[in-house]
Design a protein around this ligand. Structure first.
Ligand SMILES: [Zn+2]
Length: 490
C-alpha cells in the first residue's frame, strides 16, 4: 500500500429522496398541512397524528394520486395493489412508536430517469422504488438541554424515492437531483425547497476499484439543505473514502452530516446504527388498490414535463438545445419565458436576453435562476425592451443599461428611455457634426488612417460614440464616419 498503489477508484452512488407532498391535509388524518415557518407549533394536530390509542388512519386519496403522478413521470410500474407497513422504532418525534410506510410492496417500482451530462451525453438512472409514508414530528434541541417537539409535521404525506446505485460522480448526482426536483415542481406535488426540508436528498456513497463489480462499504450523508451541498458533500465524501483506502485505512459504514462552514462531512450521531425495524403489514389499513382506469386517468392529465417541453421549444420555437435545456430546467423559468413569448416576444431573442443578461444580473445579486418570478422585471417589460432595440430606438448597449435599471428599480423600459433621454441619435446632421469635431480633434489618427492604417477607424468610431454618450445609431454612424474620413483625402 502507500505511495506505490496505482488503484483507480470509481464512486458508486445511490440517492434516497424524501418529498413532502403538497396535499391540503395530512397522509392519514384531516389535519391541514401548514408551513412550519409560519404556523405556531402544535396547532395542526389531532388524535391520529399525535398517536393516541384507539384511533384509525384513513388514506389520503390526493397523496396517492400525487405519488402515482411521480411514479409515471419516473417511468415506474404502478402496482395496482400495494401494502402499507409499520416501521417500528422508538424516537421522540414518532408518537405512535412506528411510522406507517411501505416496505415489501411499494406503490411504484422499476422506473428510470434520463439525465443530461455536461459532455452532452445522456445517462439512464434506475429508480428502484417510490412509496408513500408519513413524515415525523420535528425536534428542536435547545442549548440548555431541553428539547421541543412540533407535531405539525407529524403525519404529513411523504414520498420516498430510491434510485439504483447507478450514479458515478458528484456531477451526475447534481444533474439527477436538479432534474428530479424540476419534475416534482412541474407536477406541482412539491415546491422543491430544500432549505425548509420539504425536499430532502441523501446520497449513499461508496468507492471501488474500477473494473470491480463488488460493492464496498458505503456511507450515507444527511442534512443537506441545497442541491449544491448534495453535490459538494458527495464530491468530498468520494475523496475522503479514496484517501482513506490509499492511506491503508478502512471506510466505516456510518451516517455522515455535512458541515457547511468547514465544507466537510462529519460522522453523525443519532439513531442507533443497527436498525431492526420489524416491518409488518399495517393492520389498520387494507391493501391500497388503484385501478388501471384511475392510473390512466392520472396519466392523461399530467402536465408537460421538462424533456417534452425542451423538445417542443426546439421544434416549435426554434431554440437550440442549450437554450431549451436551460429554460426548462426549472418550472418557474419556463413559465416566465412562456409568458414573455405569449406577450409577442421572439423566442430566440428572449432566450438570449434571459439566459445571458437577466441571469447575469440575478447571479450578481446572489439569486438562483429559479427565483426569476421574484425579480422586478415583468415578462412583458422584457418584450418591450427588446422591441426598442428592434425598432432601433436604442442600441444593444443602452438596452443592457436599461435592463439593469429595470432590474434594480422596476419600471417600464419605454418610460426609462424617455426619462433618461436614452433614445438613439439617428439625426445624421447631429452625427455629422460630432464626427467632424472628433476628426478635427484627432489629426494624427486621421493621418494614420489616410496612410492606410484601417484599424484607427474603430478608435475614431468609439470617440464619436463617446461624444454622443453611447447613443449614436451605429448602423448610421459607421458609413457616415467612413465617408467623412475619405473626404479628408482632398
Ligand atoms: Zn392529525
Amino acid at each position: 500500500m502507500g505511495a506505490t498503489t496505482t488503484i483507480k477508484y470509481e464512486p458508486v452512488i445511490g440517492l434516497e429522496i424524501h418529498a413532502e407532498l403538497l396535499t391540503n391535509t395530512k397522509m392519514f388524518c384531516r389535519c391541514p398541512v401548514v408551513d412550519p415557518t409560519i404556523s405556531p407549533p402544535n396547532t395542526a394536530v389531532c388524535v391520529v397524528c399525535t398517536g393516541q390509542p384507539g384511533v384509525l388512519p384513513v388514506i389520503n386519496k390526493r397523496a396517492v394520486e400525487y405519488a402515482i403522478m411521480v411514479g409515471l413521470a419516473l417511468n415506474c410500474e404502478i402496482r395496482e395493489t400495494s401494502i402499507f407497513a409499520r416501521k417500528n422504532y422508538f424516537y421522540p418525534d414518532l408518537p405512535k412508536g412506528y411510522q406507517i410506510s411501505q416496505y415489501e410492496y411499494p406503490l411504484c417500482i422499476n422506473g428510470w430517469l434520463d439525465i443530461e451530462l455536461e459532455n452532452g451525453q445522456t445517462k439512464r438512472i434506475g429508480i428502484r422504488r417510490a412509496h408513500l409514508e408519513e413524515d415525523t414530528a420535528k425536534n428542536t434541541h435547545l442549548n440548555d438541554g431541553t428539547s421541543l417537539i412540533d407535531f405539525n409535521r407529524s403525519g404529513v404525506a411523504l414520498l420516498e424515492i430510491v434510485t439504483e446505485p447507478d450514479l458515478r460522480s458528484a456531477e451526475e448526482v447534481e444533474a439527477f437531483a436538479r432534474k428530479l426536483r424540476a419534475i416534482l415542481q412541474y407536477l406541482g406535488v412539491n415546491n422543491g425547497d430544500m432549505s425548509k426540508g420539504v425536499l430532502r436528498m441523501e446520497p449513499n456513497i461508496s468507492v471501488r476499484p474500477i473494473g470491480s463489480d463488488e460493492l464496498w462499504t458505503r456511507t450515507e450523508v444527511k442534512n443537506l439543505n441545497s442541491i449544491r451541498n448534495v453535490a459538494r458533500a458527495t464530491a468530498y465524501e468520494i475523496e475522503r473514502q479514496i484517501s482513506t483506502y490509499e492511506s491503508g485505512g478502512q471506510v466505516i459504514q456510518q451516517t455522515m452530516g455535512w458541515d457547511e462552514l468547514r465544507q466537510i462531512t462529519v460522522p453523525q450521531r443519532g439513531k442507533e446504527d443497527a436498525h431492526d425495524y420489524r416491518y409488518f403489514p399495517e393492520p389498520d389499513l387494507p391493501p391500497l388498490q388503484v385501478s388501471h382506469e384511475w392510473i390512466e386517468e392520472i396519466r392523461a392529465k399530467m402536465p408537460e414535463l421538462p424533456d417534452v417541453k425542451r423538445q417542443r421549444y426546439m421544434d416549435e420555437l426554434g431554440l437550440g438545445e442549450y437554450d431549451a435545456s436551460v429554460l426548462v430546467a426549472d418550472r418557474a423559468i419556463a413559465e416566465w419565458f412562456e409568458l414573455a413569448v405569449s406577450e409577442g416576444g421572439d423566442p430566440k431573442n428572449l432566450a438570449n436576453w434571459i439566459i445571458v443578461e437577466m441571469f447575469r444580473l440575478m447571479n450578481k445579486d446572489g439569486l438562483e435562476r429559479e427565483q426569476i418570478s421574484e425579480i422586478k422585471i415583468q415578462p412583458a417589460q422584457l418584450v418591450a425592451l427588446i422591441k426598442l432595440v428592434e425598432d432601433r430606438i436604442i442600441n444593444n448597449n443602452t438596452a443592457k443599461k436599461v435592463l439593469a435599471t429595470m432590474y434594480a428599480e422596476g419600471g417600464d423600459p419605454v418610460e426609462i428611455v424617455k426619462a433618461q433621454g436614452l433614445a438613439q441619435e439617428t439625426d445624421s446632421s447631429v452625427l455629422q457634426a460630432a464626427i467632424e469635431q472628433v476628426l478635427d480633434e484627432n489629426p494624427d489618427e486621421v493621418q494614420r488612417w489616410l496612410n492606410g492604417e484601417e484599424k484607427v477607424e474603430k478608435f475614431l468610431f468609439g470617440q464619436v460614440m463617446r461624444a454622443l454618450k453611447g447613443k449614436a445609431d451605429a448602423q448610421i454612424l459607421g458609413p457616415l464616419l467612413n465617408t467623412a474620413l475619405r473626404n479628408r483625402h482632398e
